[in-house]
Design a protein around this ligand. Structure first.
Ligand code: CO8
Length: 257
């Protein structure tokens, strides 16, 4: 697959994808969206891929949707194309996605990080939804995901003022799982991705889907969902292997079956 805006590496069951449009601070245009969603969808069922790691450069994760691409478009054109709808394809992927963020993650960049299952940030990371300053609002799920992650008060603060927050505030607020020194970001995020990828594939997929349900369902329904999925995992060889390995005091050898 020919890729103009992404750099891709595969190592130890982890596919690392680096956003690469340096001249425009990784602004997310339609081509980049198509490349990223098509690439990840094509790898989603690959049994040798256990985790995606999404990152940018040292300076910027992504400075948002591509303002130049959108600036002169009309409302009927935006609606006809269902502009940005393609990004939701990432949410539907079943392979876990870790975002490693250094520098700016603004607008669509922040939304792309939130489309991932967890976010590891460098101490240089800057998050925000500045769309209000452009006369619009977040369009890749930001009003919904940010509010679920950080609560209404902080989401309103960020989205209505357009201000940014640093990595420490993002971690305090629940947007980010861990903050690490910038020079350790890729190593730390890769270690997280590699650990996820080493676990039983059916169990990892079930776990992330169940956690996502916590944001979508009421508590009783969510707990019932979790229990059914938990029961179903006893149909996998990995469950037998994982529990036997523990009892036999040896590392498990998961096969994904
Ligand atoms: N889109 C296009 N080009 C961009 C973008 C962007 N989002 N961000 C930066 N660039 C370009 C600049 O135009 C500049 O290009 P050039 O060299 O040709 O002038 C180049 O990248 C470098 O940028 P700066 O010179 O501005 O770099 P600075 O270091 O001075 O500033 C900032 C960095 C603070 C990140 C600054 O670039 C900035 O504020 N960028 C825009 C951030 C922003 O507003 N993001 C939100 C975009 S909108 C969005 O994501 C969702 C919109 C939802 C619409 C809903 C529709 C359905």
């Amino acid at each position: 697959m020919h890729l103009d805006h992404l750099k891709v590496e595969r190592d130890e069951r982890v596919v690392t994808v680096r956003l690469h449009r340096p001249a425009v601070l990784n602004a997310l245009n339609s081509e980049l969206m198509t490349e990223l969603t098509t690439l990840l969808a094509s790898l989603d069922d690959d049994p040798d891929v256990g985790c995606f790691l999404l990152t940018g450069s040292e300076r910027v994760f992504a400075a948002g949707a591509d303002i130049r691409e959108m600036a002169e478009r009309t409302a009927p054109e935006m609606a006809a194309d269902d502009y940005f709808a393609g990004w939701e394809r990432l949410a539907a992927l079943r392979t876990p996605k870790v975002a490693a963020v250094a520098g700016y993650a603004l607008g669509g960049g922040c939304e792309l990080a939130m489309l991932c299952d967890t976010v590891i940030a460098a101490d240089t990371a800057v998050f925000g939804q500045p769309e209000i300053r452009l006369g619009v609002i977040p369009g890749i799920g930001g009003t919904q995901r940010l509010t679920r992650l950080v609560g209404k008060a902080k989401a309103m603060d960020l989205i209505l003022t357009g201000r940014t927050m640093d990595a420490a505030e993002a971690e305090r607020s629940g947007l980010v799982a861990r903050v690490v020194p910038a020079d350790r970001l890729l190593a730390e995020a890769f270690a997280v991705a590699r650990t996820i990828a080493s676990h039983s594939r059916p169990a990892v997929r079930a776990a992330r889907e169940a956690v996502d349900r916590a944001l979508e369902l009421g508590l009783a329904e969510g707990v019932r969902y979790e229990r059914r999925v938990f029961h179903a995992l006893f149909a996998t060889e990995d469950q037998k292997e994982g529990m036997r390995a523990f009892l036999e005091k040896r590392p498990p050898e998961f096969t994904g079956r």
